[in-house]
Design a protein around this ligand. Sequence first.
Ligand code: ITT
Length: 214
Amino acid sequence: MKELLAATSNPHKLHELRAIFAPLGVGVLGLGDIPGGPFAEPIEDGGSFESNARIKAVAYARMTGRVCVADDSGLEVLALGGAPGVDSAYYAGRDGTRAQRDARNNAKLLAALAGVPEEQRTARFVCSMCAADPDGSVLATSRGEFTGRIGFEARGVNGFGYDPLFVTSDGRTSAELSDAEKNARSHRGAAARAMAPILAPTPGKRPGAGSVLP
Ligand code: ITT
């Protein structure tokens, strides 16, 4: 299989998934690239990244009749007991545009961590990925993580969501990384690379064991 439909309404994820999968020999279409839309967004009530990714992949694969890959992702902050976690997209409410929600989420996160010193601001991005067949069966699942800490102010203009607050191991935020740098290090990049051998196997090569759960 060489073409996937990205089951996401988030244009930033679509942009990243296209760039990550392209060198792996997998083309990625967006929901706007195919006829039949708009497609009803499924309710993400699975309670975990894994189960929400599965809900999205299976729902969109059934609706569109195409193999779909879904990404459910978010930020886990140790000092906040793992919050915002699966609620990352709507941490500060559901109103407004995506950009407005991102700005409010970041402001709420900074407020929640007020007074917390640098060494206790450890965080990680998590991405669960799921590919599903139009018959509703799961073809592959994978998970990736990106470890860093939450800074004290927003820096950088690249990326989306919590990127301006997420300080990576080299001191830059993930919004200060180029697209290629972020994709090489990110939770989404790791999850996609773990899944690619199942979705587009190289002839004569067996997929790496352990990284992808069938
Ligand atoms: P879809 O469900 O349609 O894919 P979404 O944005 O609602 O789009 P999620 O439910 O997976 O996706 O929520 C992901 C949220 O986690 C996202 O909106 C950001 O707030 C945050 N997030 C995930 N990955 C991120 C990244 O690479 N950089 C910054 N923030 C990220």
